[in-house]
Structures are given as C-alpha cells and as structure tokens.
Design a protein around this ligand. Structure first.
Ligand code: NAI
Length: 543
C-alpha cells in the first residue's frame, strides 16, 4: 500500500525515522522526507544518547525523552532498555517529580486520558477516543500523592506515562497495549489553582460520595471498554489507596504499587539478607516506622509469609506512626492499622504503659529488632540512639530507610553504617552512593519498585489473570531475591542492578504466570508453559 510518508512519520508506534529501509522509503512515500543515510537502530540510539547528554539539566533531558517517545516509540524504548541505569531516573523518579510539578508549562504533546468530574457520564467514550482497541495495562492516578510531592493536579499524568515506559522498556509490554489515566478530580494545590496557565481541572478536589461515585464509573468503564486490562492504582493518598484497592481488587484485575509493589520489593531485600546471613524470617523481630500505604502493605505481605512459616505476625511485627507505637485502644488506630496494633499481652511483655506516645527509641530498647524499616516519609527519624540500641543486640542489623526523596530518608546509609560499627545491611528507597567501610566500598542497593511491578504486570497480562493476588507479590519477592547473586550480596547490595531489569522482570513474570495457573485464576495460557506464555507476550523494541 502507498502510505502517505508524512503521515507515517507522525505515527510514533510505526515511525522509524532514519531507520526506514531503502525499500520502505520507496513503497511508503518517504523519498525525500528523510536524510540520505539509512541508520541502524543502534546508530539511532547512539545519536539520541548524544543529544540527551548535551542537554543542560535533567528536566531538559526529560523533555527531550518525552519528545522522542512522541516521535518514535521503538527508538525511545530501545534507548531506555539499553541505558536503564542512566535514564530510568529521568523518565521516572526522581526527575519525573519535577516534570509533574511543572507539567502545564512543559507539556508538548498530550499522552493518555484525562477524566474530569464533567465526564462522569461519558467515560467509555473518552477511553474509546484513544483509538486503542486492546488496552491490557492501565496506570491510573488521582494525582493526590505524587511521589513525596503531594497534590500535583493534572500533572500527575507524568507518573503513569513514566511507569508505563518502564513496563515497556523493563519488561517488554507493548506500548500499544498501555494507557496512562489521570483522574483529574480537581486539585487543592494552591500554587496550581493560582496559576493562570494551569491546564487541569481548576476546581477543589472531589471528595466523599461524589469521589467514590466518580471512581466507580471509571472502573465500570474500564471493565466494559477494556475487559482484559490490568489496572494499576498509582499515587493515591493513603485512605483512598487502601479503600480503592480493597473495593476493586476482586472486581477487576488490579493492584496498588505503593502498597503491594513496595511490600514485595522490601520482602525481597529481607529474603536476600536472610539467605546471606543464614537466618530465618520467622526468627526476626521487625519494627516498621510509618503505618501509611507503604508501611501497611509491607506489614501485610510480611504477615502472609510469617503465617506460612508458622510464626505469629502480631508477635514478630511492631509498627509506629506519627503518634508512636500502634497499640490496641490507642487513638487513631484505623481498621487498616488495627491488625498491627500491639495487644495488651505484648504491651505487658515489653513493659510498655498503654498511654501517650511511645517513641522509636523506647520501642527499640524493649523489642530489640533485628530488622528496622522506615516508611514514614520523614527524614532523620532513625536516630543515632535508635540505631545504636538496635546494633547493641543485633549482630547484623537490617536497616531499610525507604522514604523518598533523598532528603526524607530516615537516615543516610553512611550514618547507619557508622552507628552500627559497619555491621548493618542497608538498602534505601532513594539511590545512594557506595559507602566506604573498613577500607572497602559497600554498595547500597535500592529498594526500587521497578524491580517488581513490570514483571507482575507482564505475568498478569500473559496469564490473563482474573485478579492480582497477594500470593503473586509473594512469588515476585522470592523470585526477585533469587536474582541477587552471591557476588552482588558480597558487595553489600540487597537488590540487583537496574541494567538487569529485563531478565528480572521475565523471571518474575514466569513465576507469576505459574502462580496464576496453579491457583486457577488464569484466563489465558492454558496448556502452555509459563515460559512460553511470557516469551510470547514480550515485546522487544526493534524494527
Ligand atoms: P503515607 O503518607 O501513606 O504514610 C506515612 C506514615 O508515616 C503514616 O502512617 C504517618 O503517620 C507516619 N509518620 C509520619 N511522620 C512520622 C514520624 N515522624 N514518625 C513515625 N511515623 C511517621 O505515605 P506512604 O505512601 O506510606 O509512603 C511513606 C514513604 O515511603 C514515602 O516517603 C515514600 O517515598 C516511601 N516509599 C518508598 C518506596 C520504596 O522505597 N520503594 C515505595 C513506596 C513508598
């Protein structure tokens, strides 16, 4: 067929730029529209890398990459897949945060679907307007808790775009099967509301029954327009995150990465530490600082594995929030926190008085944790006193300050290592440089959710799973842990390198398919091996 060459160059999913062959140039009306040379994909990658590296700062690199994605998706994803260590932090956190914040002012070509309260009765129509007939993976946010930056209004779209780019580059989900959605229910961010050039819905946030009705319409629209899609809930504020997950997880295949993906990534790091130090999870005493979406998710998944191994999660896990230790009868113990609130028996065992605020150092002194996890969102909350108390009793303290960005980390790895006499195993939420300990460099692994969600999503798609179960995240954690070899652990790291992401994602996807088949929740992949099902679903960016 004689395509109009100019149209072809404007379609990012099929455009090859200088990669069009001589024959294609003749057949598809491209003669004269491209410079003479036919470039290979790797030559194009080299050129793009040169363009990017010349840019003055990371936000400009983000904008450059977005422009490339809008022009040539194969090239964009090949570049990202081949240079994940360098470019994942630009396409996703931390740089994407700044891009979301300034979204109205940097957006070139819109991508994804924005749905406002005015659209409540026509959401299926909006989804069909994308022209995408077979979406299998949706990342949806209501923009209220974008990374550690709060309510970013319509700019939250950047998060879905970034996560889906990682799904495609890091696991091989075809970009045509993906769709980012911003549930633009308004914003309470005063800077955005005061900005005359803000492009989002400039009303106060929808709340209560109206909000819930809106989300319900959205879920119904997804189920009717894209019945085979997996829905990832992303960056909702704590209460809505937990509420929406439990409301919809059995209705459509859906999960919340902040709750479940984080949990799997943290559990994987702990399993690596257990294996490396020859210990059992069931023997650990775990303290979690922060009882929000991340903290509760971690406690739930750890609880599942502890129960499997015959231990009582209530005895093994101790949690604190901004009001100190969670204990029964304390104020502010919500339904989600209640399962992790210390019982009267435990309070007696630890000699805690059930009144007022019981702080971290007090908890550490009595509980004597072997594992300390930070999901508080507040920098410096792992105090010197708390870490030193922990290190007095734990031969190898496992310390995971997860909060992002870097300035919110509960402690720096260098401090934790200093306060623990170099004995701690440390992994963080934000990237940190290696720390010198006794003349050796200790690599600090990053508990990055990207090690989990692309593989889980790919596995769910390949198996056509009816639902995304907690067991899938348990499987993902175990498989991720297996991907950290002895040499990597010997360097000090509890996580793989980002450059290994495609192999890690494939391994997780294979085990997720096997889990779906085993539990009878797979709609597809019957009579196929998990490996074959996953390999058939993987897209390799190439011409
Ligand atoms: P959230 O807002 O839902 O929960 C925060 C929790 O910390 C609340 O329970 C709050 O009461 C508690 N808290 C606040 N100040 C505290 C203090 N001074 N001491 C003790 N507890 C305190 O937030 P979410 O979504 O749970 O995220 C928490 C942090 O975890 C964020 O900084 C986020 O960046 C990080 N995170 C890291 C991930 C990773 O490393 N892969 C993944 C997801 C989240």
């Amino acid at each position: 067929m004689n395509e109009n060459g100019a149209d072809l160059l404007g379609r990012p999913l099929v455009n090859k730029d200088a990669g069009f062959t001589e024959a294609e140039r003749d057949e598809q009306g491209l003669r004269g529209l491209l410079p003479w040379r036919v470039a290979t994909l790797s030559e194009q990658v080299a050129l793009e890398l040169e363009h990017l590296r010349r840019k003055p700062d990371d936000l400009e690199r983000y904008i450059g990459l977005a422009a490339l994605q809008d022009r040539n998706e194969v090239l964009f994803h090949r570049l990202l897949a081949d240079h994940l260590e360098e470019l994942a932090p630009v396409v996703y956190t931390p740089v994407v945060g700044e891009a979301c914040r300034r979204f109205s002012h940097i957006i070139r070509r819109p991508r994804g679907v924005w749905i406002t309260p005015e659209d409540i009765d026509r959401i299926p129509e909006l989804l069909r307007n994308t022209g995408r007939p077979d979406v299998r993976l949706i990342v949806a946010t209501d923009n209220e808790r974008i990374l550690g930056l709060g309510d970013l209004g319509a700019g939250g779209m950047g998060i879905g775009v970034g996560k889906l780019a990682l799904y495609s580059a890091g696991a091989g989900v075809h970009p045509a099967l993906t769709l980012p959605v911003s549930l633009d229910v308004g914003t309470n961010n005063p800077d955005l509301r005061a900005d005359p050039l803000y492009l989002g819905y400039p009303k106060p946030r929808l709340r209560g029954a109206e909000y819930e009705e809106f989300v319900d319409h959205f879920v119904n629209a997804v189920a009717s327009v894209y019945p085979r899609a997996v829905l990832q809930w992303e960056d909702f504020k704590q209460h809505n995150a937990l509420m929406l997950l439990s409301r919809y997880r059995h209705r459509i295949p859906s999960f919340n990465d902040d709750i479940q993906g984080t949990a799997a990534v943290v559990l994987a790091g702990i399993l690596v530490a257990m294996r490396g130090t020859g210990q059992r999870l069931a023997d650990q005493r775990i303290v979690i600082l922060g009882a929000g979406a991340a903290g509760i998710g971690i406690a739930r998944l750890l609880g599942l594995l502890l129960r499997d191994s015959g231990a009582d999660p209530g005895e093994r896990i101790t949690m604190l929030d901004s009001h100190g230790l969670l204990y029964r009868g304390r104020q502010g113990i919500t339904e989600d926190k209640a399962p992790f609130a210390a019982t009267a028996d435990l309070m007696r065992k630890y000699r805690f008085t059930p009144e007022g605020q019981i702080d971290l150092a007090t908890v550490v002194r009595s509980v004597r944790p072997t594992i300390l996890i930070g999901a508080s969102g507040v920098g410096g909350t792992f105090t010197e006193e708390a870490i030193k108390l922990m290190a007095e009793r734990a031969p190898v303290p496992i310390v995971l300050p997860l909060s992002n960005p870097t300035s919110n980390s509960e402690a720096t790895p260098a401090d934790v290592l200093r306060w623990s006499g170099g004995r701690a195993l440390v992994a963080t939420g934000s990237p940190f440089a290696p720390v010198p300990v006794n003349g050796q460099l200790r690599v600090i692994g990053q508990a990055n959710n990207v090690f989990v969600f692309p593989g889980v999503g790919l596995g769910a798609i390949a198996s056509g799973a009816y639902e995304i179960s907690d067991r899938m995240f348990l499987v993902a954690a175990r498989t991720l842990a297996e991907q950290v070899d002895r040499d990597r652990f010997a360097e000090g790291a509890l996580y793989p390198r980002l450059s290994d992401l495609r192999a890690v994602s494939r391994a997780i996807a294979v085990d997720v398919v096997a889990e779906a088949q085993h539990n009878g929740i797979a709609r597809a992949a019957h009579g196929t091996s998990p490996e074959a099902a996953v390999d058939a679903a993987i897209w390799n960016p190439g011409y």
